[in-house]
Design a protein around this ligand. Structure first.
Ligand SMILES: CC(C)(COP(=O)(O)OP(=O)(O)OC[C@H]1O[C@@H](n2cnc3c(N)ncnc32)[C@H](O)[C@@H]1OP(=O)(O)O)[C@@H](O)C(=O)NCCC(=O)NCCSC(=O)CCS(=O)O
Ligand SMILES: Cc1cc2nc3c(=O)[nH]c(=O)nc-3n(C[C@H](O)[C@H](O)[C@H](O)COP(=O)(O)OP(=O)(O)OC[C@H]3O[C@@H](n4cnc5c(N)ncnc54)[C@H](O)[C@@H]3O)c2cc1C
Length: 396
């Protein structure tokens, strides 16, 4: 079903070499120090992997999401943090800006990303996580500016990212228009403050922080409105976000595939009862199940990456793929640790890090439950409103 082109095989092989070399050698230290891996970012820039999906006319390589997914998996096998940087350097915010943005917007953002900036996407708020459309961050239009106020949290890259795509309720002439997004650059736009850093379980080289907007003035020409207009602004922005769902699922896959590879090697060398533990059938069957689960997740992610219209993955296929990949990653990393016995539980080996790194993907980017809600809606061919009065409103 998926024959990679010779170019794609080349991308995969060259990225594998980089990832299995210096990137892998730094992964434990990135986790231990909890510092953003700027040296890795420099290598990504030199290899043309930041902004590879930016169209050629804007300085990128015009690569497809499948190309990016191949890169993300290889990076995440070695270092989940670096895998996530490739995702945000190509999908999510930058994808939305390249698709819906004006020349002025793209010209402002693309050079930053190509030079190594990982944009931050600012959707979640303390009171609006899964219920993202209930966000209270507000952008009030005043002449040729919007004034933004609100608090976002769990923003990946808070304090290291320069480009921010901030989702907000738009108010014009005193009336709510819908949800739009605003391009803000840390260091250029005043009124943005980085708040508390979360003491996160995994992927510790990436800061997850609050980002606070206090009367931040954004020029009206930095408002990003999908072609459907503000009334359908959120849906249009989510269309673009589906690419990042595929990317996040691929990081989960990569982390799990890295744990799986590590476990296979270990089983051949670790001996108990006078023979390599790889000879025990119970463990062989674990390996077989891990193998099938990873391959299934990979196929669904590749299919989702190639799907869709308007250049973005299909929402259903993206949700299905991320759900499968994230839950597979939780199980496979745990099983890989189990196959190492106590050695897997030690911080000397990468297994415990991989278990921690895989854990976020059933939460970030839409929880497994919210993805199931979306999938169920498609399966049943009906709306699945989540508010208490949702179905009675539909009935009216
Ligand atoms: C969508 C939800 C926020 C639920 O909200 P609502 O019940 O209020 O909204 P809906 O009526 O379901 O949807 C509103 C509107 O948006 C369209 N929509 C929804 N999901 C998608 C999608 N995936 N792709 C395209 N369009 C979508 C929907 O059709 C409606 O359109 P119309 O207005 O009717 O035309 C909730 O289900 C949800 O998704 N919550 C999760 C929020 C989320 O994913 N947050 C991610 C934050 S960023 C992050 O976590 C980064 C981590 S990472 O690893 O990268
Ligand atoms: C590591 C990490 C990185 C992140 N990066 C970003 C980022 O860069 N930008 C950003 O905007 N956000 C980011 N997030 C936030 C992420 O998108 C949210 O955590 C996620 O959308 C869930 O919101 P919540 O944490 O508030 O959980 P809640 O919405 O409070 O959910 C709590 C529990 O209730 C369940 N639940 C809620 N509603 C329903 C329902 N209707 N049906 C069934 N179950 C339901 C959830 O599935 C979950 O199990 C990140 C999160 C993590 C962990």
């Amino acid at each position: 079903m998926f024959d990679l082109t010779p170019e794609q095989q080349l991308i995969r092989n060259s990225v594998r070499e980089l990832a299995q070399g210096v990137i892998k050698s730094r992964a434990a230290e990135v986790d231990r120090s909890e510092e953003y891996p700027w040296e890795n970012v420099q290598l990504l820039v030199e290899a043309g992997l930041m902004g590879m999906c930016i169209p050629k006319k804007h300085g990128g390589a015009g690569a497809s999401y499948l190309d990016a997914v191949l890169v993300v998996e290889e990076m995440a096998k070695a270092c989940g943090v670096t895998g996530r940087i490739v995702v945000e350097g190509n999908m999510g915010a930058i994808g939305a800006i390249c698709a819906y943005g004006s020349k002025k917007q793209i010209d402002r953002v693309a050079p930053l990303v190509l030079a190594g900036d990982k944009p931050a996407i600012c959707i979640t708020e303390p009171g609006a996580g899964s219920a993202a459309t209930s966000m209270s961050t507000i952008a009030v239009k005043k002449k040729d500016k919007y004034i933004l106020n609100g608090v976002k949290h769990w923003i990946t890259g808070g304090g290291v990212s320069r480009v921010h795509l901030v989702f907000a309720q738009v108010v014009e002439n005193g009336e709510r228009q819908g949800i739009g997004a605003f391009i803000a650059v840390r260091g250029e736009d005043e009124g943005m403050r980085i708040g508390r850093r979360e003491p996160a379980m995994g992927l510790r080289g990436l800061p997850e922080t609050e980002v606070i907007f206090e009367n931040m003035e954004i020029s009206a020409d930095m408002a990003l409105v999908p072609p459907q207009g503000l009334r359908r602004g959120f849906g249009g922005l989510m269309d673009a976000y589906n690419a990042q769902r595929v990317g996040a699922g691929t990081v989960a896959l990569g982390v799990a595939a890295g744990a799986y590879d590590t476990a296979k090697e270990y089983m051949k060398t670790r001996e108990q009862f006078g023979r390599p533990i790889a000879e025990f059938q119970g463990l062989q069957w674990m390996i077989a199940d891990m193998d099938v689960a990873l391959e299934s997740a990979r196929l669904m992610l590749w299919r989702a990456a190639c799907s869709g219209k308007n250049g973005f993955p299909d929402p259903l296929l993206a949700a299905q793929a991320k759900l499968l990949a994230s839950e597979t990653a939780v199980k496979v990393t745990n099983d890989a640790l189990q196959l190492h016995g106590a050695a897997g539980y030690s911080r000397d080996l990468p297994l415990e890090r991989m278990v921690r790194d895989a854990r976020m993907f059933t939460i970030g980017g839409g929880t497994a439950q919210m993805l199931r809600n979306l999938i169920a809606g498609h399966a049943l061919d009906m709306k699945t409103p989540q508010t208490r009065d949702g179905y009675s409103r539909l009935a009216k």
